[in-house]
Design a protein around this ligand. Structure first.
Ligand code: CAA
Length: 257
């Protein structure tokens, strides 16, 4: 099988590139499986603190699920494809390392869904977001109907669903779909700079904090606060807590593991 997912390492930062530019990095079953496996390996490697996820080529982050692969699917095959997509998106969303989407171009359908599963999205001014599935006679199947309304609100999500239109990076930023917009040539440097800052902090604390937020937004405030207390206590079982607080008291930078 072709190698669709490339991983490069620079200290605690891993860059994962979806490399199928001839199809604008569209997600077929092979890409989804390889991405899942690459993410599992990075999740298991404690030296990885931050992941930058991007697409190969000038044009696309990911232009969606592979339409050619879906065209002749039966309903049961479509269900299996959606489940495979969810497995990869859910893995992305629940990773121990912090995951930055470096959105370099089209992030449509499954590409928008993948970007939304990342912890933050940094986009080039050239990036275009959208869920155009209604133009194909289907609905988003890799989490878009659930993650988009949670990020931008129900009205905006429904408008994007119904029109299928492409949203430019600046508008995506204004609606909360994107967290930062850069010039195309600066995108990877901006992501690396952000990754470096994150990697200097406690990876254990960031993982616990992400867990508190990811679970908490699905809970009542009361349950979320109780969940937070448990995870706050858990942070005190980690060596980083002693090091971080000792370093502050000794007026020196912390040296986290
Ligand atoms: N699946 C399969 N192939 C794709 C693709 C996709 N999602 N997107 C682009 N490609 C292929 C094109 O077929 C084309 O291949 P050929 O050169 O072999 O013809 C190649 O990538 C380049 O694409 P275009 O020539 O179309 O490039 P363009 O610059 O004219 O247009 C585009 C770019 C607007 C992104 C256009 O390619 C497009 O509309 N793509 C489809 C976007 C889309 O509908 N995505 C949602 C898919 S459905 C989904 O994702 C469902 C889900 O949630 C599970």
């Amino acid at each position: 099988m072709a190698e669709y997912v490339k991983t490069a390492r620079d200290g605690g930062v891993a860059t994962v590139t979806i490399d199928r530019p001839e199809a604008l990095n569209a997600l077929n079953p092979g890409v989804l499986k390889q991405l899942y496996e690459a993410l599992c390996r990075l999740d298991d490697d404690e030296s990885v603190k931050v992941i930058i996820l991007t697409g190969a080529g000038e044009k696309a982050f990911v232009a969606g699920a592979d339409i050619a692969a879906m065209a002749a699917m039966t309903p049961m095959e479509a269900k299996a494809f959606s489940t495979l997509g969810h497995r990869t998106m859910d893995k992305t969303a629940s990773m121990r390392p912090f995951v930055i989407a470096a959105v370099n171009g089209f992030a449509l359908g499954g590409g928008c869904e993948l970007a939304m599963a990342c912890d933050v999205r940094i986009a080039s001014v050239r990036a275009r977001f959208g869920i155009p599935e209604a133009t194909l006679g289907v609905i988003p199947g890799f989490g878009g109907t659930q993650r988009l309304p949670r990020l931008v609100g129900l009205g905006r999500a429904k408008e994007m669903l119904a029109t299928g239109r492409q949203v430019k990076a600046e508008e995506a930023y204004a609606m909360g779909l994107v967290d930062q917009v850069t010039q195309p040539e600066a995108l990877l440097d901006v992501c690396r700079e952000k990754a470096g800052r994150i990697a200097a902090n406690s990876a254990a604390a960031i993982a616990l904090g992400k867990q508190a937020m990811n679970s908490g937004v699905e809970m009542t405030l009361e349950h979320g606060l109780r969940h937070e207390t448990g995870l706050f206590a858990l942070a005190f079982s980690q060596p980083d807590q002693a090091e971080g607080m000792q370093a502050f008291l000794e007026k020196r930078p912390a040296a986290f593991r």
